[in-house]
Write a protein that binds this ligand. Structure first.
Ligand code: HEC
Ligand code: HEC
Length: 317
């Protein structure tokens, strides 16, 4: 008996030392780094159509996180909606002459936006979005606009602190969060005549509606959005403007718990102006004033094709 206890004790000791060693290793290495496999010559064109599209996409996909609303510069800020368990996070000053976009080549920028790996090889955890499924035409337009001298891109010397990831984020970055592969081939825009494909593209690959509107941020699949748990069934716990709990709405066509009884116009009014037929659509749901009615109609058409989920979301909080 004594011998068995002794052996069990030794095994337990070894396990504890291994766990402790792994924890020390993770804490010491922090967020992991990766080798960059940059695309060759990611040329962009600065014609006016590209710049107009690029500006629209930057407003839609970068601005919320990177803009200082007081001076309208993309100079970064403290991110208050990152869960406290993830640590303290500041978004980068994109306009800094030495450390901002000017220090990134087009290839490095495309690589960061697709894979999540920064030019120094460090991985950017999920607090910075990735666009693994965006069409190259749109990605090139974003980069073209970011190279322009638009007022929101004027130089700023502000230095944002580097994020202070919690142990949890460091741990998850070793075992769960991984960079996405850089696509082997160019990604084409969906066929202009295919309304449903266009709707899926805008909702999933560009605006990322699924990330808030599925069950939980920890179970979304950014690479293959349709595999996210509770895809568009809502119920994801978020914070409103006052820092109070609020749940995302069910956007599937369930007649009682989703938007199955909504008209196309009601959907447009909600997405663009925050006017729902029954309830106002509150923060943190953005007002998508930069999406055209045609794009919002396409999203609605797409939502009509996905599996219906019965999930009654509490609208009182
Ligand atoms: C959900 C919020 C969010 C969105 C949306 C977002 N970013 Fe970021 N971004 C961050 C955060 C947070 C960091 C700091 C990340 C880090 O250092 O781990 C960051 C860092 C960066 C960096 C600096 C990387 C470095 O080397 O330090 C660049 C460049 C960047 N973002 C560009 C963009 C562009 C371009 C877009 C739009 C296409 C965008 N971001 C959209 C949150 C966001
Ligand atoms: C940052 C998270 C977030 C993103 C991104 C987001 N939403 Fe929402 N959305 C919410 C939340 C939270 C609510 C619930 C608001 C409330 O209860 O007042 C909501 C509500 C809605 C509603 C109202 C539904 C109802 O039953 O009243 C619609 C429609 C909607 N979102 C569509 C979209 C579309 C389309 C997109 C992408 C273009 C999108 N949302 C992106 C968070 C988000």
């Amino acid at each position: 008996m004594k011998k068995v206890l002794k052996i069990a004790g030794i095994i337990l000791g070894i396990v504890l030392v291994l766990i402790g060693g792994f924890a020390l290793y993770i804490n010491a290495t922090g967020i992991p780094s990766y080798d960059l496999e940059l695309p060759e010559n990611y040329a962009v064109s600065a014609d006016s159509a590209s710049l107009t599209n690029g500006e629209k996409l930057v407003r839609l996909t970068c601005m919320d996180c990177h803009i200082n609303y007081e001076n309208q510069l993309l100079e970064g800020k403290k991110m208050f909606d990152v869960p406290a368990s993830f640590g303290e996070v500041w978004s980068a000053n994109l306009n800094h002459p030495e450390t901002g976009l000017k220090s990134y080549s087009n290839e490095e920028l495309a690589y960061l936006l697709r894979t999540g790996v920064k030019k120094d090889g460090k991985y950017a955890p999920p607090w910075m979005v990735k666009f693994p499924n965006m069409a190259d035409e749109d990605l090139r337009d974003i980069i073209a606009f970011l190279r322009s001298d638009h007022p929101m891109l004027q130089p700023s010397e502000v230095r944002q602190p580097a994020p202070r990831p919690s142990f949890l984020v460091k741990f998850l970055s070793h075992v769960a969060f991984k960079p996405f592969p850089y696509p082997q081939q160019e990604i084409a825009l969906p066929n202009a005549g295919d309304q449903i494909a266009r709707g899926q593209y805008v909702a999933d690959a560009v605006a990322g509606c699924f990330s808030c509107h599925s069950a939980d941020f920890t179970t979304i699949d950014e690479y293959t959005p349709v595999n996210s748990a509770g895809y568009y069934g809502g119920g994801n716990l978020l914070k409103d403007a006052a820092g109070q709990d609020i749940y995302s709405a069910n956007l599937t066509m369930h007649p009682e718990t989703g938007i199955g009884n909504w008209s196309e116009q009601q959907f447009i009014d909600a997405v663009k102006w925050g006017k729902g037929p029954k309830y106002p659509v509150r923060v943190p749901m953005p007002k998508y004033t930069d999406l055209t009615d045609d794009e919002i109609r396409a999203i609605f058409a797409y939502l009509k094709t996905i599996p219906v989920i019965e999930n009654s979301v509490d609208r009182t909080r």
